[in-house]
Design a protein around this ligand. Structure first.
Ligand code: GLC
Length: 734
């Protein structure tokens, strides 16, 4: 009946002549609704509550049912499946007074039920089409499960692997984080909101949540505006430009003001500078947290601060629900502010088509047909293969022969539950293919499996069995790493080593003299120099999701030649952190012949593995770059080229990288900046000229006076295999 009402309203307005643009009938429906709504109903649209997914299935706190009936809650999260969302939607559109449909959100970060590699792993693929397709599949399954809105992409730049949520983003480089943000928004929103395979994106966590002091979760973020605008703001801006429908505020403060109460961020920058027109939702109880942040004396004040800053929807805090009417009556907020927030929220519901058909996403047949389909699993396997990074391969121990006798060892070798990583939505380990299963499906040579030790704890009693198995094998494949809960939210670590006795296990296995293939499964860069030293080969497998075991088998047996490259620097020790490729030169750059230069007494400056690094089963040779001119000016297009040759005996994909260095600026400039990548596939012996184009606009930055622009002068350009590789060519911007 509700649908009929709103269909009638929408139809009526749309019949105001076919020339009436959607936005006008949308505006008229929303404005007509606003005139009918009570203050409580308006504030209800600004209120988002979670439902609970217990072992017994979905539940909802009893009070919420009444909240929905009374119009005191306009959106729910963690509510999914066609059946459960239909039940909840019915409450809203058949039992509430105005029958405004609910909005259903969920953290579909790297898959809904078919789980893809964690976002940091996907970033290691450098394959934007695959990344977009991953988000497309996630959206298709989420929308088939009754969802309208995902709290993704997370686009927080991350340079500190102590922080657990590095697993959720695209790593340390701003240029790449922007490209990935755009691809994920395109993937989630697909052909546009309202299609039943698209969900509204929510770019998060605005802003600079990825830079907490000391890498400690929810920690203070303090940085210069230049640093913020140069490195941390661009990915949010890219997501907004790509059309992200919503933005989520971060828990942290920025320049002393918590993001959720920060008018500079939420209104001056996000709306006036970036032109964002969707709605802003807070992170979980982030309004309430303005009180412990120390910027509000009580929750009512916190709610006023958040509304004035530009927040439209309160996630789980019930602050707007409890206090906003009193604030309005006290004249501390205005009805116009409330109407602005409600209008933004209702517009999204309209664009999703919920007023015409509130149940359009609740189709159990579509849900059954699409979720965990063979096509989606194949896409997950492809993404997983491309996300794997080969870090070491001494003596070409990889790829493995299918007849080699393999000992498969380690706490993660036959584990399924960890493979889906953190933020794995409705994913289930039981749907996963373990490494052991993947190897056994491909090779007759698997002798057996021994755990060796647990992920945590100091029990070495399993070593003997593992060593005995290793001694019978030609090659030992040992799967070690973190537990999935050790990365993600509220998962900062002060150490970046392997937990428990795993490093001792690797050492004990190395002592058998059998070549070790170490398969790392982890949610962050690790500082594991001893493990790397003892291994013949090291494969970074992150958390690869539902098809992990098959993808790993594809790579380990050479059916897929690894092409991944690191999106974050791997440190030698946590003492080097934060360590990243695009550092500044300082006034005393490292000089091995001088004590008085930038260095440590007890470690080199160089990382364990640099940003952009990744090996292949073949090898690639790069010529020196050449340019179409030695000087160029604004308006010119400079072409930069290099010959890349496959010098090995098997075909392979290489992620060719373009870096620049501004030799002299009005402020200090990084020693390298990534400005482009190209994934090329070369047959053995094949060579190709790879050409990038550069313009003056690519060289702009925040200058001494904070104006954004380029400066004439000398630039070095590299076309190379990673951030510590290659020789530059010099050009002059005039
Ligand atoms: C969490 C996370 C945020 C997530 C939200 C809803 O605290 O910070 O990323 O979207 O709550 O689950």
């Amino acid at each position: 009946m509700a649908a009929a009402i709103f269909a009638g309203i929408a139809l009526f307005f749309s019949f105001q002549g076919s020339s009436v643009p959607l936005s006008s009938s949308e505006d008229r429906l929303v404005d007509s609704l606003l005139t009918l709504m009570t203050v409580e109903e308006k504030i209800g649209q600004m209120t988002l509550f979670t439902t609970d997914w217990e072992a017994t299935g979905p539940t909802i706190r009893e009070g919420y049912r009444e909240d929905i009936r009374q119009g005191r809650c306009g959106a729910l999260f963690n509510s999914h499946t066609a059946a459960f969302t239909r039940e909840l939607q019915r409450l809203a559109v058949e039992e509430s007074r105005l029958k405004i449909p609910l909005l259903f959100g969920y953290d579909v970060i790297h898959g809904y039920k078919t789980i893809f590699p964690i976002p940091l792993a996907e970033a290691a693929s450098w394959d934007l089409e695959a990344i977009e397709r991953s988000a497309r599949v996630a959206a298709t399954e989420a929308a088939a499960a009754g969802l309208h809105w995902t709290f993704a992409p997370m686009v927080d730049l991350t340079r500190d692997p102590r922080w657990g949520r590095v697993m959720e983003g695209a790593g340390e480089d701003t240029w790449w984080a922007c490209r990935v943000a755009e691809a994920r928004v395109r993937g989630f929103q697909g052909k546009g909101l309202g299609h039943t395979d698209a969900v509204a994106a929510c770019v998060k966590h605005y802003a600079a949540y990825g830079a907490p002091t000391a890498g400690r979760e929810y920690g203070t973020v303090d940085m210069s505006e230049r640093f913020f605008r140069e490195y941390y703001l661009p990915p949010y801006a890219a997501a907004v430009r790509a059309g992200a429908a919503t933005v989520m505020t971060a828990f942290n403060d920025y320049d002393g003001v918590p993001a959720t109460g920060n008018r500079y961020l939420l209104t001056d920058v996000l709306r006036r500078e970036l032109g964002f027109t969707g709605f802003v939702v807070t992170d979980y109880t982030a309004i309430n947290e303005l009180v412990p942040h120390g910027v509000a004396r009580n929750e009512q004040e916190a709610g006023e601060l958040a509304l004035h800053a530009g927040v439209d929807m309160d996630m789980q805090g019930a602050v707007f629900q409890q206090y906003l009417k009193a604030s309005l009556e006290a004249g501390r907020v205005s009805m116009a502010q409330i109407d602005t927030a409600v209008r933004r929220i209702l517009k999204l519901k309209y664009r999703l088509g919920l007023f015409e058909d509130p149940y359009k996403f609740c189709d159990p047949e579509r849900e059954k047909r699409l979720i965990l389909s063979a096509e989606h699993r194949a896409a997950a396997r492809d993404m997983a293969r491309k996300s794997i990074v080969l870090l070491k391969n001494e003596g070409q121990v990889l790829p493995l022969s299918r007849t080699a006798r393999l000992a498969v060892i380690g706490p993660l070798a036959d584990n399924k539950d960890e493979l889906i990583g953190s933020w794995s939505a409705a994913g289930s380990g039981s749907d996963c293919v373990s490494l052991l299963e993947g190897l056994r499906a491909t090779s007759r040579g698997v002798l057996g499996h021994a755990k060796g030790c647990e992920l945590e704890g100091n029990d070495r009693r399993g070593f003997a069995e593992a060593i005995a198995l290793a001694k019978k094998a030609d090659v030992v494949v040992v799967a070690v790493g973190e537990a999935a809960y050790m990365s993600g939210e509220a998962a900062s670590r002060t150490q970046l080593s392997l937990p428990g006795e795993q490093e001792a296990l690797v050492e004990a296995l190395a002592a058998t003299g059998r070549p070790l293939v170490v398969v790392l499964m982890n949610g962050r860069p690790l500082a594991i120099p001893n493990v790397v030293e003892r291994a013949a080969a090291v494969v970074e497998a992150w958390w690869l999701g539902t098809e992990a075991g098959n993808a790993l088998a594809d790579v380990l047996f050479g059916d897929y030649n690894p092409s991944g490259k690191l999106p974050m620097t791997f440190p030698r020790s946590v003492g080097q952190v934060p360590i990243f490729y695009n550092e500044k030169n300082t006034g005393r750059p490292f000089d091995p012949n001088s004590k008085w230069t930038s260095k440590y007494l007890d470690a080199p400056n160089s990382p364990l593995f640099p940003f952009g690094f990744g090996l292949s089963y073949t090898s690639f040779e790069y010529s020196l770059p050449t340019t179409s001119a030695l000087t160029f000016r604004a308006g010119d297009t400079l072409r930069v080229s290099a010959q890349v040759r496959n010098t090995g005996d098997r075909a392979g994909t290489e992620v060719v990288q373009l870096y620049v260095r501004d030799q002299v600026g009005s402020v200090t400039r990084p020693v390298r900046e990534l400005k482009g990548i190209q994934r090329i596939h070369l047959q053995p012996g094949e060579s190709r000229t790879v050409t990038f184009t550069l313009t003056e606009t690519d060289l702009r930055f925040y200058r001494r006076d904070m104006s954004f622009g380029s400066e004439p002068g000398a630039f070095d350009l590299w076309i190379c295999s990673h951030s510590a590789h290659g020789q530059p060519v010099r050009v002059e911007l005039q």
